[in-house]
Design a protein around this ligand. Structure first.
Ligand SMILES: Cc1ncc(COP(=O)(O)O)c(C=O)c1O
Length: 424
């Protein structure tokens, strides 16, 4: 399967029915699984054999979708979660505990910023935010002896800053820690961080992967190449007393990280995705390459239109040659980025609000990256809890409108923008 093009993997990977089995991944709507002997179940609990015993830890519908996403990213295994937030949390807690420290790009989704800045700090995990375009020296200086991960978004929401994945990976590795990349916006169809040295990839599958705005979800993917045996990750390399002394790296090799995320954190936190949502996510994944192509061609047409419009003071779309992000976008996302762009309405916050309220087809919603075009004012919604300094760090200005270009006919999207800008 790994030899097939990504379009084929989106359709075919993860589920291989036996003779006479359903052709389409079935929804296994069962919390439990039946066994004939106590020993069979005991062996499952001791991780001596693999199999399903309780849906919080594994379910056939989820396994099929996890296999597909691992194949799309080129990883050794994946774990579906109830949301993107849960995926971020699990990706970090799997290797960090109280007393540890994380370095993160400050230009990230507002919810992730809050999770790191507030909740992780409350749990005793310190975070240092860095500018993604900081010099190598500044980035190195952010690391400490207790740093356990470097975190960033391949294509930042909503600033559309492209992460220099290769540079970030080499800096993380110089400090003996993994690079964790949130690859939600470009999806594996347009960017595969493992090919550039990233170690763990996460997604909010709620966005393009699902694509229809019907199923909340997340996923953590293990690249399988990071060497955890460097003394910094005892949770993976020393006996786990809650599994009779199992050592994840010894027993599970290049799947140690993802097995621990499932058997330890999913067991204890319970942030599992429902089989129904996994089924819907799979439907979305089947058409992901087709939708991404249309999102990008529509967004490029919109970006070119906005770039010329006198009512627009600035525009940020990495596929425009005028964008400072253009060279990095060409390198990491040569087939296209995604349908999201941000721009400033001339006249500031009030004009931005008038523009958004004048739109007829494009709706104001607290979502992004699905088939319906939508807009949002980040400074007063997703990034509302931030101070002005934090807003600047996240690349969010008061006049910024985030536009998520859908897959409607491009002429209808342009016409709606044109009439609303005339009223702004
Ligand atoms: C880049 C990114 N990561 C993570 C999340 C969180 O995902 P969820 O809303 O599925 O919890 C979001 C949500 O908008 C996002 O845009």
């Amino acid at each position: 399967m790994q030899d097939f093009h990504i379009d084929t993997r989106c359709v075919q990977s993860g589920y291989h029915p036996e003779n006479g089995a359903p052709r389409v991944v079935p929804i296994v709507q069962s919390t439990t699984y039946k066994y004939d002997s106590a020993k069979d179940l005991g062996d499952l609990f001791d991780l001596k054999t693999s199999g399903y015993f309780y849906t919080r830890l594994g379910n056939p519908t989820l396994s099929a979708v996890e296999g597909k996403i691992a194949a799309l990213e080129g990883g050794t295994g994946a774990l579906l979660t109830s949301s993107g937030q849960a995926a971020t949390l699990i990706s970090l807690l799997n290797i960090c505990q109280a007393g540890d420290h994380v370095v993160s790009s400050g230009t990230i989704y507002g919810g992730t910023y809050n999770l790191l800045d507030k909740t992780l700090r409350q749990m005793g995990i310190e975070v240092t935010f860095v500018a993604p375009d900081a010099s190598e020296q500044e980035l190195h200086q952010a690391f400490r002896a207790n740093t356990r991960a470097l975190f960033g978004e391949s294509l930042a929401n909503p600033a559309m800053v492209v992460l220099d994945i290769e540079k970030m990976a080499s800096i993380a590795h110089a400090h003996g820690v993994p690079l964790i990349v949130d690859n939600t916006f470009p999806t594996p169809v347009h960017c595969r961080p493992f090919e550039w040295g990233a170690d763990i990839v996460i997604h909010s599958t709620t966005k393009y992967m699902d694509g229809h705005a019907v199923a909340l979800g997340g996923v953590v993917v293990d690249g399988g190449r990071f060497d955890w045996n460097n003394g910094l990750f005892p949770g993976l390399c020393t006996p786990d007393s809650s599994y009779h002394g199992i050592v994840y790296t010894e027993t599970f090799g290049n799947q140690a990280y993802i097995v621990k995320a499932r058997t330890h954190l999913m067991r204890d936190l319970g942030t599992a995705q429902s089989p129904q949502n996994a089924f819907l996510l799979n439907l979305g994944l089947e058409t992901l390459p087709l939708r991404m192509e249309r999102h990008c061609s529509n967004a490029l047409a919109v970006a070119r239109f906005l770039e010329q419009h006198p009512g627009v003071s600035w525009i940020n779309y990495p596929e425009l040659p005028s964008s400072s992000m253009y060279p990095l976008a060409r390198k990491y996302m040569p087939q296209g980025t995604c349908g999201v762009l941000s721009f400033g309405v001339r006249g500031g916050r009030d004009a931005a609000v008038r523009f958004m309220e004048s739109l007829r087809m494009i709706a104001q919603v607290v979502h992004v990256a699905d088939i319906r075009s939508c807009v949002l004012h980040p400074a007063s919604t997703t990034h509302r809890q931030m101070t002005d300094a934090q807003l600047a760090e996240a690349g969010v200005t008061p006049d910024m409108v985030r536009l998520s270009v859908g897959i409607e006919h491009p002429s209808d999207i342009l016409a709606d923008l044109q009439q609303a800008l005339a009223k702004a």
